[in-house]
Design a protein around this ligand. Structure first.
Ligand code: 6U4
Ligand code: NA
Ligand code: NA
Length: 161
């Protein structure tokens, strides 16, 4: 049967909406790539709570639940795998706390025009404009087993009610 793994991905933007916080992943899945902050949803927590927790664990930034905005939903599948990685994408324009490097991530602010898409997941360049522009989206990406090559994808703007 298909296994669905629930994951989070959080993007903190600065107040002036000029920069976004990315982290260089130092270990685990996606090592060596710049990415948002996130991880697995644990039993007993909501997806948004997981997003806030992972952000804090990986970057030191703390976002209030009221400042968590839904950005989009992404499904990732891979050749020769029966797993769906379902990634709930969030964004926030406010945070407290001290941003600091952790064992898992090296945080850095990037302006949109300088986003290092060549060193990010290859799907990011497709949906980043939606996330940045606060346009809700759903996307699905099917990769080769190498986890690098996109075979097919869809991306759509949505309404949210
Ligand atoms: P933890 O639980 O934190 O030790 P970790 O090694 O961080 O595990 P995992 O599996 O919890 O990895 O989370 C993977 C992270 O990578 C999530 O934030 C979602 C994100 N991610 C996975 N595939 C992605 C993709 N194709 N594009 C993207 N982010 C992706 O931008
Ligand atoms: Na993680
Ligand atoms: Na985790």
């Amino acid at each position: 049967p298909l296994r669905v793994k629930l994951l989070t991905l959080m993007f903190v933007c600065d107040r002036d909406h000029e920069q976004v916080l990315l982290g260089m992943k130092k270990r685990g899945f996606g090592k060596g790539k710049w990415n948002g902050f996130g991880g697995k949803v644990e039993p007993g927590e909501s997806v948004a709570q997981a997003a806030v927790r992972e952000l804090q664990e990986e970057s030191g930034a703390l976002v209030e639940m009221a400042d968590v905005q839904t950005a989009g939903l992404l499904d990732f599948t891979f050749d020769e795998s029966n797993e769906i990685m379902r990634v709930f994408v969030f964004r926030a324009d406010n945070y407290t706390g001290e941003i600091a490097e952790t064992d898992e991530m090296r945080p850095q602010w990037w302006s949109l025009s300088e986003c290092p898409f060549d060193n990010m997941w290859p799907d990011d360049r497709y949906w980043f404009p939606y996330m940045w522009g606060r346009r809700p989206f759903v996307g699905s990406f099917h990769f080769k087993a190498d986890e690098k090559t996109i075979v097919t994808h869809t991306i759509e703007a949505t309404t949210v009610e």
